[in-house]
Design a protein around this ligand. Structure first.
Ligand code: KG4
Ligand code: ZN
Length: 371
């Protein structure tokens, strides 16, 4: 079975052809995966500009889909389904992919399968490694999301915790912007942190101890966790971001510099590296601690970490070390499957196809689609 997948939820226009085989160990194979990144366009603005993103998706989508078909060695009549990211994401960006996928499905008489972007990130692990030992605990950590899921069976994702404020990737991007390091911040901070002292500044590692009153009871989780889990499994990164800002302000004051003084003028290169390393320690400690807490609560047989921030070198290293310590295998996507791509949407599309999920031409993009 062959599926054409389309992803356009943020600033990457992506298309892929994913094949389902009969091999139980690795049922999904990526025939092609094309990503047109808009990062160079948005860099000038220091972040994604939604209006520019949707216009660029319009320019790129035909070429990206054509290339995915060519490199995948398929023609239209070979396809069995079209999968597309329905949400969440930027509405103007999502609409381009959804409209394009609907057109293809209508013209070629193909079933249309709507996919949740985070389901795509989770399934990137199954695409890369084959079936994970279950139950699993999967952390999806990206620029827009930091969410922890309990996965009791394939395709069944149950929210255990999520960020109350900024996503981890967003915190990376904002701190990099604050320090004048460039965009997107994650890979830059990761690189600078590698040669910094992570103990130089004692940034706080947030550990939430109070329940989120806006969230209902966790009846989707098995007892005895159902009523108590939300107390402990959420994340928060805005306090850390503020702590970095305070550190910069204190230094500006100490130097008698103005608030507009660029960090490059008030910190040495070594100090910037130490700042990055200390910030990164606080983020990755929070992520790894909470993920392995949940793994213990659920007696998880595996831990998965997916999404753009799973490309982070320290997060990968720390998670693998913690997994070895706890005797739980840790699964991470390769770098090309960790940031946004359509191959993961193809995998999630195949999963949903077999669950019988189909959309008709009424399908609409949803900016805040729940999983
Ligand atoms: O999954 P993704 O491509 O898009 C979203 O769905 O948000 O994730 C992008 C995010 C950005 O915030 C970027 O800074 C972050 O992933 N990121 C990293 C690294 N590579 C990308 N964060 C930390 N370390 C990295 N090496
Ligand atoms: Zn993503």
């Amino acid at each position: 079975m062959l599926v054409l997948a389309i992803e356009s939820s943020c600033d990457e226009t992506a298309a892929a052809v994913v094949e389902e085989t009969t091999g139980a160990a690795r049922p999904w194979r990526v025939r092609s995966s094309i990503v047109a990144s808009q990062v160079d366009i948005h860099r000038e603005w220091g972040g994604v500009v939604p209006e520019i993103a949707s216009r660029q998706h319009l320019r790129d989508i035909c070429g990206v889909v054509e290339r995915a078909m060519d490199e995948g060695g398929v023609v239209w009549r070979d396809l069995d389904a079209v999968a597309v990211t329905q949400g969440p994401g930027l509405i103007g960006s999502l609409l381009v992919g959804v409209a394009f996928a609907k057109s293809i499905a209508a013209v070629h008489g193909l079933p249309l399968v709507p996919v949740h972007h985070l389901a795509g990130h989770i399934e990137s692990l199954w695409l890369e490694h084959g079936p994970l030992p279950l139950p699993a605990v999967v952390l999806v950590v990206s620029g827009g999301h930091t969410s922890l899921y309990y996965v009791p069976s394939e395709g069944d994702y149950r929210l255990v915790g999520r960020t109350r404020d900024d996503a981890a990737g967003e915190a990376y991007d904002k701190v990099a912007k604050l320090l004048g390091l460039g965009y997107p911040g994650g890979p830059i901070v990761d690189r600078l942190a590698a040669s910094g002292n992570d103990q130089a500044i004692r940034f706080p590692v947030a550990r939430l101890t109070h329940a989120d009153r806006t969230a209902g009871p966790a009846t989707h989780l098995p007892p005895p966790f159902a009523s108590s889990l939300r107390l402990k499994a959420d994340f928060s990164f805005s306090g850390l971001k503020t702590a970095v800002l305070r550190h910069v302000r204190e230094r500006q004051q100490a130097r008698g510099a103005s608030r507009e003084a660029p960090p490059r003028d008030i910190f040495t290169d070594d100090e910037i590296r130490d700042l990055c390393a200390s910030f990164q320690r606080a983020v990755t400690t929070a992520l790894v601690d909470r993920t392995f807490d949940a793994a213990r609560w659920f007696n998880a047989q595996s831990v998965g970490i997916a999404g753009g921030v799973s490309a982070n070198s320290r997060l990968r290293r720390d998670a693998e070390a913690r997994g070895a310590q706890a005797g739980i295998p840790v699964y991470l996507p390769s770098l090309s499957l960790s940031t946004d791509n359509a191959a993961m949407i193809g995998a999630a599309g195949l999963r949903r196809f077999h669950q019988g999920v189909r959309a008709d031409l009424e399908l609409n993009a949803l900016a805040s689609l729940p999983l």
